[in-house]
Design a protein around this ligand. Structure first.
Ligand SMILES: Nc1ncnc2c1ncn2[C@@H]1O[C@H](COP(=O)(O)OP(=O)(O)OP(=O)(O)O)[C@@H](O)[C@H]1O
Ligand SMILES: [Mg+2]
Length: 267
């Protein structure tokens, strides 16, 4: 069953449409990666899903709830979002308060709150910063705290809007491991990225262009489609370049394909 459904969604900030004719159904437990050039509407799409912006036409559904003024609060409880820019996401005086804030709103009992803060601060490697002020953290550290705060609320759907763009390689790997773990737990994930390495392990890649979906499909298909990626201003990962080259020379064996896929996963 679809946990998230968008039907013919249209939105514009001014005259030019930012989202047009967009339809998408995401299954419960599915991990969808959204890619697309700057300005193609990815962040706008996420804001529409959580009701920060209201679609001019079309319909957005989460489970059996249609997004509207009366359902937006309920829908937001099911969705966690980590925004592109971590600066505007803090409400607490300390890192700990900040993570606690969302949990207080959900009326999580105190002992469980402490446990969740501890678990998720550790998961993102920020457990030693719990007493610090968020303003004293680096961009990547802020992003980690924002991630911990969102995960601690145990949402069914988690949206990562370029959440790894500020992370160092180690942080990025840790983040990918967290996403894989969330997938195993049955969470639904929407991750937005310009880094195709982050799309290798998902279930489906959606390519956006000029406010709509250009194409969507399995990573093994989309990540090899050079012309399509070019349109989304993305470059083919090296192993797929070799794969396509071997394929055009009719030398691509199953074994080569497996080796090159493996090597992409280590990037
Ligand atoms: N607050 C705003 N006011 C007016 N126009 C906006 C606003 N936010 C975004 N836009 C416009 O809407 C379009 C889609 O922007 P959006 O931020 O959704 O793109 P994006 O795909 O997330 O890009 P990026 O990869 O740079 O994050 C762009 O043309 C952008 O200029
Ligand atoms: Mg964006």
């Amino acid at each position: 069953m679809s946990i998230l459904t968008l039907k013919d969604v249209f939105f514009s900030y001014g005259k030019t449409p930012a989202i047009q004719n967009l339809s998408l159904a995401v299954e419960a437990g599915e991990w969808v990666t959204i890619v697309g050039p700057n300005g193609s509407g990815k962040s706008t799409l996420t804001k529409l899903i959580i009701g920060l912006l209201a679609a001019k036409s079309g319909e957005i559904r989460v489970n059996d709830l249609t997004l509207s003024e009366s359902t937006v609060q309920k829908i937001r409880e099911k969705i966690g979002i980590i925004f592109q820019n971590p600066d505007n996401q803090f409400v607490g005086v300390t890192v700990k308060d900040d993570i606690a804030f969302g949990l207080e709103n959900l009326s999580v009992p105190y002992p469980e709150m402490i446990e969740r803060i501890d678990t998720y601060a550790k998961a993102v490697g920020m457990d030693e910063y719990l007493e610090k002020e968020p303003s004293q953290l680096s961009g990547g550290q802020k992003q980690r705290v924002a991630i911990a705060g969102t995960l601690a609320m145990h949402p069914d759907i988690i949206i990562f809007d370029e959440a790894t763009s500020m992370l160092d390689p180690e942080g990025r790997h840790a983040m990918m491991a967290i996403m894989e773990d969330l997938k195993r737990q049955g969470k639904t994930i929407l991750s937005i990225t310009h880094d195709l390495r982050e799309a290798l392990r998902c279930d489906r890649v959606v390519v956006m262009h000029e406010g709509t979906i250009l194409k969507s499909g399995e990573p093994s298909v989309i990540l090899r489609d050079e012309a399509l990626l070019k349109q989304a201003r993305l470059t083919l990962l090296e192993p797929f370049k070799y794969m396509n080259e071997l394929s055009s020379q009719k030398r691509l064996t199953d074994q080569w394909e497996a080796i090159l896929w493996e090597s992409a996963l280590t990037l």
